[in-house]
Design a protein around this ligand. Structure first.
Ligand code: SF4
Length: 247
């Protein structure tokens, strides 16, 4: 067995163990949950789908999985048939939802990431509620969470970020982020080992986003050190409540 194979095999284990740790420490999955995975066709959400499927026997609790992809009137970078076949291998049914995001813009308004993500999020919530899913799993990872922390600090002047668990007050649905302890580099290595297509997002509206600028700054001042990023994450994690009040 080659060293390369061993390295790849251990990446699976690491991603799986970190995800199980996040699930257990933050109470993300309970017996009987119906979990809807938001899939884009990119590496993060596809690895998320794989890990949630792989964790079923490990977590020793029964939960259902399904995946939804939101198509829009721009940015057709997802290879849906490949994604659907891959999800079927992991026993995860797939639905595609079309949302005319640009078509919903009021006259004179221009397209931006904020508009896009609020449209997607509200469609996702409506779909989950209509189909009795009680949790929505998102593919955000440790680097996303750190980037959001610094964006909020600089733009809003507040200590906040995306939590691993968020219960909505007005919907019978919670958001979970099981990859929150996993670094992007680990997800890339895992996707590579599993032969998951790393389709880069070619959306023309995201090319100059603030998130990209923060990502570059973060890489610079942490020297892309995994240990430094994890130390910052440990501090940021203390902002996230681990006890979730009932809805
Ligand atoms: S990068 Fe494109 S697809 Fe992503 S949130 Fe922004 S507008 Fe939407």
């Amino acid at each position: 067995m080659s060293n390369r194979f061993l390295r790849r095999a251990s990446v699976h284990d690491i991603v799986q163990k970190l995800s199980a740790k996040a699930v257990l420490e933050h109470g993300l999955i309970e017996e009987g949950d119906r979990i809807l995975i938001a899939v884009s066709g990119g590496k993060d959400s596809t690895v998320l789908a794989w890990v949630l499927s792989a964790l079923r026997p490990v977590l020793k609790r029964r939960y259902e999985l399904a995946a939804v992809h939101i198509s829009s009137d721009f940015c057709a970078c997802c290879k849906q048939s490949v994604l659907k076949d891959r999800l079927a291998q992991w026993d995860i049914p797939f639905t595609d939802l079309f949302v005319p995001i640009i078509g919903r813009l009021k006259e004179g308004r221009s397209m931006n990431c904020y508009w896009c993500s609020t449209q997607r999020r509200s469609e996702l919530l409506n779909f989950a509620v209509e189909n009795q899913y009680n949790k929505i799993a998102l593919g955000h990872h440790l680097d996303d969470i750190l980037e959001t922390f610094f964006m909020n600090l600089m733009a809003k002047g507040e200590f906040s970020t995306m939590p691993l668990f968020l219960a909505y007050r007005n919907y019978p649905v919670s958001l979970i982020r099981p990859l929150g302890f996993v670094e992007e580099a680990q997800i890339i290595a895992c996707a590579d080992a599993k032969g998951i297509l790393k389709a880069a997002c070619t959306c023309p509206y995201g090319l100059n986003s603030e998130r990209r600028r923060i990502r570059a700054r973060l890489a610079d001042f942490t020297d892309n050190s995994s240990a430094v990023k994890r130390r910052i994450f440990n501090a940021v994690e203390q902002l996230m409540p681990k006890i979730h009040p009932p809805l």
